[in-house]
Write a protein that binds this ligand. Structure first.
Ligand SMILES: [Fe+2]
Ligand SMILES: [Fe+2]
Length: 392
């Protein structure tokens, strides 16, 4: 069923209940592709949905108005989750005017869309008769061609991917989802943290518009605008908390024992500790790792030695963590070897590449840690925890 957002403004998106991974984000509760319908004297669709859901989408529109008579389609973003139904809409309604930025038109044409394009620029408006849409160019939020659409009379900002989350709420109200911030954070960490400079510019534009409602392209609608914009400001500038992320790979549980001993040491200082075996990535997607990495002030990396180097899955994880674009974190390396030492030197290089330089020599054991080794891990963990807590 469509959901009313404001007078003559409707959410007409779809729920993808079976979605489990989106852009590498684990989506245990499914996800949404949001589209909106604004009705003045003339009607306008804001974005479309992922094409496999077209029939459900079409029926939803037809429940409100005749799709064949809708005059305008606003395309904020050319990525297929929003644009892949455009061809089908044009098949039904060849006269529909497709409003988008010049770059978006280029992208859509490259995707084979042939339509009645109207190229719009930042600040342009479209008068629907009683409803006025203003276009706001926001390059790199999420792609170079992206724009937002602002409905002036009702102060509704259609913000495309920004301020989104991937979670289903039947009411489409963010406040109805108890863990909405966790969903928004995971989505932000993967999609927008690498673009945080542009996010800050977007926040300035958002502040000037002063919307009362934010309607993103994924997940529920925000009526508490301040809540999500404050979170975006914090996550883009200084998301770090007193947290240590311990990320390790272990086959025979030796490195795991070290990781747990470090965790004990960190926890004894009162700092928050997150322990992750890289194998978890296979089950939980990347975004949990990135969200934790974004917030961690300390990162401990541990690996067994395989063919003289770091376990490949850990290297995969650190290459993802680079997307976090960390600043000023602290690192600690630990690992095990059988034939030749040197694993922690390699891990230290990874930590430096993550902007989390090691604050001390790594802890390296041959085959299995002794009780003395584990005590050294606890102490190193305590030292890292204290630094993260600002104690030393
Ligand atoms: Fe996107
Ligand atoms: Fe999207």
């Amino acid at each position: 069923m469509p959901i009313k957002i404001a007078e003559n403004v409707f959410w007409i998106g779809v729920f993808d209940w079976k979605l489990r991974v989106f852009h590498g984000i684990a989506t245990p509760k499914g996800g949404t592709y949001n589209s909106y319908l604004v009705l003045g004297d003339e009607g306008a669709l804001i974005d479309t949905v992922y094409e496999p859901f077209f029939e459900e989408y079409r029926q939803k529109i037809m429940g409100i108005t005749d799709l064949g008579k809708v005059r305008h389609l606003i395309v904020n973003h050319a990525e297929p989750d929003h644009s892949s139904s455009i061809k089908k809409i044009i098949d039904i309604n060849p006269e529909i005017k497709v409003h988008c930025t010049v770059r978006c038109k280029e992208f859509l044409e490259a995707m084979g869309v042939k339509g009645n394009f109207v190229v719009v620029k930042d600040g342009d408006t479209l008068n629907l008769g009683g409803k006025t849409l203003r276009f706001v160019e926001v390059p790199m939020l999420h792609w170079p061609e992206t724009m937002w659409t602002f409905l002036e009379e009702d102060k509704v900002l259609f913000s495309c991917d920004m301020f989104g989350s991937q979670v289903i709420s039947s009411t489409m109200v963010a406040e109805d989802v108890t863990d909405i911030e966790a969903h928004a954070k995971r989505y932000f960490a993967l999609i927008f943290r690498p673009l945080s400079t542009m996010v800050l510019k977007g926040l300035e534009k958002c502040e000037k518009l002063a919307p009362s409602i934010i309607c993103p392209s994924h997940g529920p609608v925000w009526r508490d605008v301040r809540r999500i914009t404050d979170l975006y400001r914090r996550w883009s500038t200084s998301p770090e908390r007193n947290k240590v992320l311990i990320l390790y790979s272990s086959i025979w549980h030796d490195v795991e024992k070290m990781a747990k001993a470090i965790a004990e040491g960190v926890a004894s200082t009162g700092a928050e500790v997150v322990l992750k075996d890289v194998e978890e990535l296979s089950y939980n997607g990347w975004a949990d790792l990135l969200a934790e990495g974004m917030e961690a002030k300390g990162i401990a990396l541990g690996s067994l030695t395989i063919l003289g180097g770091i376990f490949p899955q850990l290297l995969y994880a650190t290459s993802l963590l680079r997307l976090v674009k960390a600043k000023g974190k602290l690192g600690l390396s630990f690992g095990a070897y059988g034939w030749g030492p040197g694993i922690t030197r390699k891990l230290d290089d990874e930590l430096r590449a993550l902007e989390a330089p090691p604050f001390r020599n790594g802890i390296e054991v041959r085959f299995s840690p002794t009780e003395r080794d584990l005590q050294a891990c606890r102490e190193a963990g305590r030292e890292l925890g204290n630094k993260v807590m600002g104690v030393s």
